[in-house]
Write a protein that binds this ligand. Structure first.
Ligand SMILES: C[S@@+](CC[C@H](N)C(=O)[O-])C[C@H]1O[C@@H](n2cnc3c(N)ncnc32)[C@H](O)[C@@H]1O
Length: 420
């Protein structure tokens, strides 16, 4: 149920221009854009609702990251992929670095992955934001830390990267760091394993060479930061290839996009255009999949929609701390295990971790299209049927107020005519 309370207008959505939103902000409704209002929703914390009737394809949010970090383990070189014209990613904007092309490096570390930039602009921005001299020293310290790089999983090394990025953010912009802290950390209590991981990471992070006058963080702060990451990070995926499993190239945390709650049949989905030449290539763009009336909650799916019921419930509970009772789950909860099997239950580690880490994977549900599956229409109309894709289709944005009948896939980028 949505609370009906007074509205507060905020300026634009660029993180630098905004004040921090403490949890208490949800006591009033906040107008986020022409299209969205932030409200408190019983049992779900804050959420975003349509502040006017919304059209399929309409862009309801564009948001720049407050923090990004590489998804590659510390010591391993980013893979050279045969048959591709790129091999690595810019350490600031994460665009593909074209193999053989001249690139710029960090003057201190010249690290071939962590200190390689695609342009003078990225190099200069990185040195004052994403690759400051402290960050450069911290990453080098981590790469030379055998207990971390020789004995811990890739996943844990990436979490160490995140913590370094978060503490670097605190030094660069306390406002942005406060914003990060104001995000939901989810209801997941985290088991003994999570606590052990957090303690280990904390022991490494607190021994980093912090600048004079800055004391190392508390263990509670490290734990809180890890929870924010688990709940709010979006995976920036590698380019789509039909014959290759896509994985994550980097993670990004967005302030406003973090307010979207989950639904297993979402009415909006994310697009990004990371390899294009536009400024703000790591921005996230949220577009409506279909029309919705004013007042309806706008939800994303936190992972590909073609994941089985049991797998969805497991991920939502483990990573986000809630059980989903959406319309689709209510139907699928009554299916037998066989109906639910949906194929291979094995998940890629990266996909398992964060919001929409990957769209399109093998743990799929086959739409049956009969009375047992009233949501079959969604799969037929809004799920990409291209080999190895499984992304979500949304119409192109309306032009001159007229809806588009061309659907774009948010994974492979394919365009196809909407036949409905
Ligand atoms: C990315 S945040 C979404 C915004 C969050 N509700 C807030 O207050 O900032 C993810 C968290 O929202 C809550 N959430 C999201 N979708 C939900 C749902 N369908 N049912 C219940 N809680 C949900 C869970 O606590 C989850 O860990």
């Amino acid at each position: 149920m949505l609370s009906a309370q007074a509205e507060t207008h905020l300026p634009g959505i660029c993180p630098e221009s905004l004040e921090v939103w403490p949890m208490a902000v949800a006591e009033s409704q906040v107008v986020l854009s022409d299209a969205l209002r932030l409200v408190e929703i019983e049992g779900r914390g804050r959420g975003l609702v349509a502040s006017q009737p919304l059209k399929g394809g309409q862009i309801v949010l564009r948001d720049s990251p407050i923090l990004t970090y590489s998804a590659f383990p510390l010591k391993q070189r980013q893979p050279q992929v045969s048959g591709l014209s790129y091999s690595r990613y810019c350490a600031h904007c994460y665009r593909c670095l074209v193999a053989g092309a001249a690139m710029l490096t960090c003057p201190s570390c010249s690290h071939p992955d962590d200190g390689a930039f695609c342009s003078p602009k990225c190099q200069s921005l990185a040195l004052s934001s994403t690759h400051t001299s402290w960050m450069c020293r911290a990453l080098s310290y981590l790469r030379n830390c055998p207990p971390l790089v020789d004995h811990q999983s890739d996943e844990l090394q990436v979490q160490a990267r995140y913590l370094v990025a978060a503490y670097s953010l605190a030094m660069v912009s306390s406002l942005a760091f406060q914003t990060l802290l104001s995000l939901d950390g989810g209801g997941a209590q985290g088991g003994e394993k999570e606590a052990e991981v957090a303690l280990f990471l904390h022991s490494i992070i607190s021994s980093l060479p912090f600048p004079e006058g800055i004391s190392p963080p508390s263990v509670e702060m490290t734990m809180a930061l890890l929870a924010k990451d688990r709940c709010n990070a979006f995976g920036l995926m590698e380019p789509f290839l039909e014959n290759r499993e896509r994985s994550v190239r980097a993670y990004a945390i967005y302030r406003n996009a973090s307010f979207f709650n989950h639904d297993c049949l979402p009415n909006a989905c994310r697009f990004d255009y990371i390899d294009t030449a536009i400024d703000g290539n790591t921005d996230i763009i949220i577009r409506m999949i279909h029309d919705v009336p004013e007042g309806r909650e706008i939800c994303l799916s936190y992972f590909p929609v073609n994941v089985s019921y049991s797998e969805r419930q497991r991920r939502l509970l483990e990573d986000y701390g809630f059980s989903c009772h959406c319309d689709r789950c209510k139907v699928e909860a009554n299916w037998s295990n066989e109906d639910d099997s949906g194929g291979d239950e094995t998940m890629e580690e990266e996909d398992d971790e964060n919001m929409e880490g990957s769209e399109g994977e093998n743990n799929e549900i086959e739409p049956e299209g009969d009375d047992d599956f009233p949501h079959a229409y969604f799969f037929v109309r809004f799920v990409c049927d291209r080999e190895n894709c499984g992304g979500t289709l949304a119409p192109l944005p309306p032009s001159n107020g007229r809806p588009s009948d061309v659907m774009e896939c948010n994974v492979c980028g394919n365009l196809k005519k909407d036949e409905m």
